[in-house]
Write a protein that binds this ligand. Sequence first.
Ligand code: AMP
Ligand code: ZN
Length: 491
Amino acid sequence: MTDASAPPISASPLKLFNSLTRSLETFEPVHPGEARVYSCGPTVYNFQHIGNMRAYVFADTLGRTLAFKGYKLRHIINITDVGHLTSDADAGDDKMEKAAALQGKSAWDIAAFYTAEFKRDLNWLNVRDPAKWTVATDYVARMIEFAKHIAHTHCYELDSGLYFDISTVADYGRLARAVTDDGEGRIDEVEGKRHAADFAIWRKTPAGETRQMEWDSPWGRGAPGWHLECSVMGEAELGMPFDIHTGGIDHREIHHPNEIAQNQAYRGCGGLDHAEHSGARLWMHNNFLIDRGGKMSKSSGEFLRLQLLVDRGYHPLAYRLMCLQAHYRSELEFSWEGLGAALTRLKRLVMAAAPVRDAEPAEITDRRLTDLLAKFDAAISDDLGTAVALTLIEEVAAMKKIDAGQKRAALAAMDAVLGLNLAIIARTDLRIRPKAAAIANDEIEAILTRRKEARASKDFAASDALRDELLAAGVEVMDGDPLGWDWRLGD
Ligand code: AMP
Ligand code: ZN
């Protein structure tokens, strides 16, 4: 319901958890009235699993919250199409080249295919497009310039490439709370590195080999290091320091500490007691989605992709709601039962909001609504308290004796943050056919019509026979169901 009157600019100060200081901080933008956010995006060598998608639901909720608070948002998400090795700690093959070899395609085709799949998943989850998608391979010239700027003072060259010397910056690894050098169990797999945690800025193509993706540089033909990409794209698009850098919690350990070290070097900054020296005022990380069944690993054959959820008959927005039920800094355990419960909850909300969907939005003056909006604002301003925010939108949706236009406007203001698309989706949209279902929707509807006729003429034998016919095809008829499902496909 984004077409409603502007949400009231809210009174609660926005508090966000900064991973760098491990504390809640009041958001103060670098540029008054603006919020500049960079989110580490996917490496497009495979489909994203639903755990990855949690990272973008989080970044989207953050962006929507900043907009709700009245900031002009500039959000950047990158696409990593080169440079990410199979181990974050600089070892192994380039993920893109490896996938290309496995599938017998070019790395460029692999990138194009998985980028499109990723964007479709985002769309399904109602994650808004960023101001710009920055694609790593478009920024290689800038990466080389950045690397030239720090090479003499902070890097050293080996046969395999140009490496960043972590001892040349103050407070290396503070974000990870790791002991420098050989903390975090890193294995020094690159011959000649000064410290185990030193990382590649530029990876030379080994003599006698060619890579599909390689460029000339002062350190020979090769490809950029993964960490370099994000420093360069963030600086290019948002300036430094910018406001907020996001990613999954795994990035708190290696990728972001390395980005920070590069930023300190590039900008000639001192230590991290001054958070802005890191390149961003706030570093925010979503916790993991976990699956005890082990289906989150991309190497496990059929892994948990959004498509799989849809194939099993779950609307993607049920997954979004499932994410919002948890705090982004908590682990969230995936289960099909949990997803089913989230779908039912979404359906109740959609049905409760439906009667005011077409009402003309009106200025919100009713005290009950302004109170609930203030509570909503307080919840979301408390480090994105989406779980409480959800209960408040449900409270508004359930209100009966209330002006329809005002109710609609209040729901729209709240849904602009939660992104459940209440203005668009209808109850029937939430009924998705599982791929394995043996009977088509229109056949089901036709049998149900015949059954209604049979019941109307009190032919209960015929009515029961038709119900049994549906049951045999895996369809459960739900007479008098308060949720109004009418029928559903069984498991
Ligand atoms: P990648 O494509 O591996 O760079 O990951 C994309 C994003 O997903 C990164 O921000 C990761 O930190 C995040 N991520 C990876 N696994 C999970 C998970 N199980 N739950 C939540 N976020 C994850
Ligand atoms: Zn990144």
